[in-house]
Design a protein around this ligand. Structure first.
Ligand code: NAP
Ligand code: LUD
Length: 322
């Protein structure tokens, strides 16, 4: 005969959680990104020794002066400095024209000592600038954001080893890997289809052999779609939109959302929340990412990873016989 306690333990080992809700395991982007940055620091150190002071180099191009972009860029520059990547911040005024932005991009494309170039989005300009034109002007071999058509096309076809994978979805995959849950054969649901989050996330999950459903603003009955997800990645830009009750018991929940909501208890009068209602989802999910401290730091770490990779590719091409 089993005692009630031992029966409950045995059932839990088979994934049964019963009526008593347990909290999800929190997947820390702060911790995981630190591990990635430590590994990259060693790799850059080795490159420096092996190739006489060689350093990977990154240019972050900003148009205008948005507060959020300033903050994200400051995180990128700090991470680069710690790792030993030579990062330069180029800021154009918000009066810059499309031609001026294009000229800046072309001059970096033509500079052989730069291995990575990103144009921080959204652009903050008083002039009309075509985002597509700008992201596609970045040379594909320096496009460490993975946003150009060439890199996006390769990813969509499953050529994962031959492209730059956009940093946020790449960071999400790394966080999913941390859980130990295998992606192959699982049902993944992505909310959002943007070029920077949803669409590449769909591709990455697909080519890691999940069956993927991608939802967007015209998807009817979002709760039903969400309830089918073993792995859920949300990038909708809607504060706390996904409710805990929608989430499948034990699911992996990755929240890309960054939304500012009023909070009078904070000196700033606001706080940051994700696209998932964390407190309720935490009671149903098996694993969940927090906001902040989840996907955000991984975006920064993956940019560093892509920059180091680009520098390694550069060395391979320019060191005949190696
Ligand atoms: P975006 O370009 O505005 O795209 C949002 C996507 O969500 C669109 O595909 C939209 O559908 C869909 N959507 C909006 N409302 C919806 C709803 N009610 N139901 C279902 N789908 C809905 O935004 P984004 O650039 O992808 O960013 C999404 C969120 O992630 C934002 O909070 C952003 O700040 C955050 N983000 C975070 C990081 C990070 O590093 N943590 C990086 C990038 C973005 P339609 O296509 O039909 O319009
Ligand atoms: N444009 C990005 N626009 C916005 N969060 C970021 C981001 C760091 N071309 C281009 O950098 O990859 C990009 N490429 N993006 N983003 C968002 C998106 C872009 C978002 C969050 C963070 C970069 C980040 O460090 C911290 C966190 O979530 O814990 C919190 C930051 C803080 O101190 O509040």
């Amino acid at each position: 005969m089993f005692s009630l306690a031992s029966l409950s333990l045995r059932l839990r080992a088979f994934g049964y959680r019963g009526d008593r809700r347990t909290m999800a395991t929190v997947i820390s982007g702060n911790k995981t990104s630190k591990l990635v940055r430590q590994r990259l620091t060693k790799e850059v150190e080795q490159m420096k020794t092996q190739f006489l002071g060689f350093r990977p180099s990154l240019v972050v191009l900003q148009v205008g002066d948005r507060d959020d972009s300033n903050l994200y860029i400051s995180h990128k520059l700090k991470a680069a400095a710690e790792i030993g990547i030579d990062a330069k911040h180029v800021r154009l005024p918000n009066t810059a024209t499309q031609d001026e932005v294009l000229r800046s991009i072309i001059s970096v494309n033509e500079n052989p000592s730069v291995h990575g170039l990103i144009v921080q989005l959204p652009l903050d300009s008083v002039n009309h600038i075509d985002n597509e034109l700008i992201t596609n002007a970045v040379a594909p071999e320096k496009d460490v954001d993975g946003l150009s058509c060439i890199n996006a096309g390769k990813l969509s076809r499953g050529d994962l080893g031959d492209c730059f994978i956009p940093c946020t979805p790449n960071g999400c995959m790394e966080l999913i890997r941390q859980t130990g849950v295998s992606v192959a054969g699982k049902h993944a649901v992505v909310i959002g289809r943007s070029k920077i989050v949803g669409a590449p996330m769909h591709d990455l999950l697909l080519w890691n052999h999940a069956t993927v459903t991608t939802c967007h603003s015209k998807t009817p009955d979002l709760p039903v779609q969400v309830s089918r997800a073993d792995i859920l990645v949300v990038g909708a830009g809607r504060a706390e939109m996904v409710k805990g009750e929608w989430v499948k018991e034990g699911a992996v929940v990755i929240d890309c959302g960054i939304n500012h909501v009023p909070d009078e208890t904070k000196p700033s009068g606001k706080r940051v929340v994700g696209d998932v209602h964390y407190a309720s989802a935490n009671q149903r999910a098996g694993y969940i990412t927090p906001v902040p401290g989840g996907v955000g730091p991984m975006t920064v770490a993956m940019l560093m990873e892509n920059t180091v990779q680009s520098a390694q590719r550069f060395l391979l091409k320019n060191q005949p016989g190696r």
